[in-house]
Each structure stands twice: as C-alpha cells, then as structure tokens.
Ligand binder design. Structure first.
Ligand code: NDP
Ligand code: PMR
Length: 398
C-alpha cells in the first residue's frame, strides 16, 4: 500500500521499459509522463425454446429459466439446420466489462447470457439500463466471496437445464486503499479469495458442464491483466505482483496463523489484486495443460485494455478516480471504453478465429487482437501447478 500510494504522489519514478526507451516521471504531476501504450461467429441463430419463471432464492427474486431440449442444431422454418443459441455464464456482469460483454453478446441474438452476480437487483437494473433484450439473459445469484454460494450457484445453474458452452470468469474486487485485509466467508483474504479462489472452484465445478456441451467451440475465459505482468511498464508500477514461494497461500491467507498475502508478506491491497490476476493467468494455463487435449475446450485469458472508468476503482481515492481516465487516455494511451473492452471480451467468447487454447489475448492500437507474452512468473508452469494444488486444498477439492 505504501508503495502504491507512492506511485500516486508527486515523485521521481523511473521505470525501464524492456527493449524500449525508458520513461522517467518527474516531480511535475500525479501521472505526468509521456508514455506509449506498452501492449502492442458468426454462429447461426436459434429457435431454442425457453420458458421463464420467477422464484425465491436467498431471500430475493431470481429470474430463472427452464430450458427445453437444447440440441446443438434445430430445424428452422425453412427446414435448414441452424445452430442453437450459445449459453454463456459471465461472472460480475452487473457493471463494467462484464456488463458491456453481456450486452454485446445478448444483442447478437446468438447468445443467452447468464449474468452471475452477487446483487441481482443491481444486475437487473444494469441489464435494463443498457437495453439488453430480455429474452437473451438470465440473472443468477453468485457471491464469489463465499464457496457455499459458488456451489449453490452451480446447483441452481444445473437445475435450470441450460447447457454451458462458455464460462467467463470476469468478476473482481480491488482494494488499493485498505489498511487491513478483509476476508471471504471462508476466511481468505478478499481479493485473492474472490478473484482467484471463488473462480477456481466455479471453473473446476463447471468443467464437467462444459465437457458435456455439444457446442462447436467450448471456452473457459479467465480475465487477466497487464498489471499482473511484470514484463510490462504497467506491471512495474509498485507494488509489483509476486507470489513468492506461496507460503501465505499454503497457510490459508487468513491473516491469523498465516499472512493474508500469497507470498507471506505484509498486507497490501493493490498487490493482493495483482497477485490474484497472476493466479488467474496461471490457472488458465494449468487448465489448458490438464484439459485442453482431452476435452477440446479452449482456455484463454486476456488483457482488455485499461478501462479506467469502471467500478473497479471505486475504493480508490477521489483524486485518483478523477485523474486516472485522462492519464490513461492522453498519456499512456492505454485507455479503452467499456464498450470497446466489451467487444474485445465478446470476441474472445465467440469469434471463430480465436479458438486457440492457452493464449493470453491483447489488442494493439488498431484494436486487432494478438497473442501476448506473459511475464516470467505469470507463465511459470511449476508455479501454476503449485497454485492449482494449493487452491484445490483451500476450496475443498483435495
Ligand atoms: P467492475 O467493478 O466494474 O466490475 C466487477 C464486477 O465484479 C462487478 O459486477 C462486481 O459486482 C463483481 N463482483 C465483485 N465481487 C464479487 C463477488 N464477491 N461475487 C460476484 N461478483 C462480484 O470492474 P471491471 O469491469 O473493471 O472489472 C472486470 C474485470 O476486468 C476484472 O477481472 C478486472 O480484473 C479486469 N480488468 C479490468 C481493467 C480495468 O482497467 N478496469 C483492466 C484489466 C483487467 P457489483 O456490481 O455487485 O459490485
Ligand atoms: Mg497504470 C503504458 C503504461 C500503462 C498502462 C497500460 C497502465 C494500465 N498503466 C500504465 C502506466 C502507469 N500506471 C504508470 C507509469 C504509473 C505511475 C504513475 C501508473 C500508475 C497506476 C496506478 C496507481 N496504474 C494503475 C494504478 C492503479 O491503481 C491501477 C491498478 O494497478 O489497478 C490494479 C492501474 C492500472 N494501470 C493500468 C491498468 C490497466 C490499471 C488497472 C489495473 C488492472 O485492472 O489490472
């Protein structure tokens, strides 16, 4: 946290950009430096029958959807076989990137989006406010900060009878100003607990559902980020991601008999977020190594660009929230709108040309996708295996 704050304060800050010119931030302004951006389906429509019903869940109303006979192709009125609607779960679809992605996918008419959200009234309002066609989405309750809720979500999803063709692990929390850690229901530090462990359990449980899908391209997408990659300028802004030897994680991240941080160090909310993103990117690769060949599922991650206006920065200081968007727009040029970022993630979900597995996608200045390089740590196969094994124990799978 101290270092993160230091990055915000007027100071001299020098970062060497690997292979490129180095950038030096002097005592001039909060973000004062001229930096270049570091990063350099069409499937047929459906006649899939759905019947909506309302029922009570966890004290509130969920719009649940019962589904009839989801064969991969259906007969159109002309007698031609057409592909059914794809069924995609997007976690954290109540705002920012998740909402923008849900909107893009639902508007194609080719996808039914299951918005997996902790606050479904907020999600319902959000879906309505962006004009998502109501027949193309369902909201289901999911609180990733509770493993019971994750399991409950999986049960509810299975009961809905829908197939699962794509899962998007998008939700996240970021606590850059927290002085003390906060914890999930099971007592894991909140950022890693939500962003990584909640999604880890969800993805592991839903892998079976993905396997059963008869859709032509089944995918598990885990949203990563540039700030977890120390081979980038953004990833070198302190505090840097570093999982160390995972001693804090192995100890349960509970801040009592172990550190709340994966590497066993002192709590730092910004670092915990970046560490969680490293876990997300390592997990995607470990899934790929373990399951791609056997299942044909595409496992991928991405950096959608700097979406400086989202709710992710809600806990940052007001001055940061004011200056971050113009800093990213005019100085780093790393800024993308929520709409543009939503199109990018929707592309990773459904574009027939993005079926390669084990890839971390990024976009260049012309908004063309390319396979990006992960940092040494974020592509360390041995670390990925360890994170997988420790995570299995923490979420009760081993
Ligand atoms: P937002 O805060 O707008 O969206 C985060 C979503 O996660 C919200 O819908 C939020 O729900 C949900 N969420 C948080 N905690 C939980 C929980 N316990 N259970 C279920 N859902 C939860 O941020 P972004 O759209 O920016 O972030 C989306 C993804 O993009 C994240 O993975 C982030 O790491 C990644 N990303 C973002 C970048 C950026 O510049 N913004 C850059 C690179 C990656 P609620 O609405 O209820 O708060
Ligand atoms: Mg960063 C090309 C340079 C670049 C890019 C693409 C980002 C993206 N950032 C860049 C550079 C810098 N940032 C520099 C030079 C600084 C020091 C002044 C800087 C600072 C900074 C802060 C304090 N940046 C931040 C923060 C945050 O709190 C954000 C963060 O780390 O959240 C975890 C952030 C981000 N910068 C980005 C992106 C995409 C973020 C949001 C992070 C994410 O979701 O991973």
């Amino acid at each position: 946290m101290a270092l993160q704050a230091a990055a915000l304060l007027p100071s001299t800050f020098t970062i060497s950009k690997e292979g490129k010119a180095s950038a030096t931030l002097k005592n001039s302004s909060l973000f004062g430096a001229s930096l270049s951006d570091y990063t350099k389906s069409d499937f047929g429509s459906s006649s899939f029958n759905v019947k909506s019903q309302r029922r009570l869940f966890n004290g509130g109303v969920v719009r649940a959807t019962m589904v009839a006979s989801p064969g991969v192709t259906t007969n159109s009125p002309s007698g031609k076989k057409t592909l059914r609607k794809g069924s995609v779960i997007v976690t954290g679809a109540s705002s920012g990137l998740g909402l923008a992605t849900a909107k893009v996918l639902s508007e194609t008419g080719k996808w039914h989006v299951i918005m997996a959200c902790r606050d479904f009234l907020k999600a319902e309002k959000a879906a309505k406010s962006v004009g998502m066609p109501k027949e193309n989405y369902t909201i289901m309750h999911l609180d990733l900060a509770s493993l019971d809720s994750v399991r409950q979500f999986v049960d509810n999803f299975r009961r809905s009878g829908r197939p699962l063709d794509v899962l998007v692990a998008n939700a996240a929390v970021y606590q850059p100003t927290a002085k003390e850690p906060s914890f999930t229901a099971e007592g894991f530090e909140l950022s890693v607990g939500t962003n990584h462990l909640g999604h880890f359990l969800l993805s592991r449980l839903l892998l079976d559902d993905l396997k059963q899908s008869d859709y032509p391209s089944k995918r598990l997408i885990i949203v990563g980020s540039i700030t977890g990659n120390t081979n980038t300028l953004a990833g070198n802004v302190p505090p840097k991601a570093n999982l160390g030897d995972l001693r804090g994680m192995a100890g349960g991240l509970n801040g009592i008999n172990s550190s709340a941080m994966i590497d066993g160090g002192e709590f730092d909310g910004a670092k915990a977020y970046k560490d969680s993103k490293v876990c997300n990117m390592l997990t995607m690769q470990e899934f790929h190594r373990r399951y791609h060949e056997e299942t044909g599922i595409t496992f991928a991650s991405l950096y959608p660009g700097c979406i400086a206006t989202t709710g992710l920065f809600r806990e940052h200081i007001p001055l940061f929230r004011l200056l971050f968007p113009p800093f990213q727009k005019y100085i780093t040029k790393g800024y993308v709108s929520e709409t543009e970022a939503g199109k990018r993630l929707a592309q990773v979900v459904s574009d027939p040309s993005l079926t390669k597995s084990g890839v971390y996608w990024s976009w260049n200045k012309d908004s063309a996708s390319f396979e990006n390089q992960l940092s040494e740590e974020a592509s360390d196969a041995e670390k990925a295996r360890k994170v997988w094994e420790v995570s299995e124990k923490l979420v009760g799978l081993a």
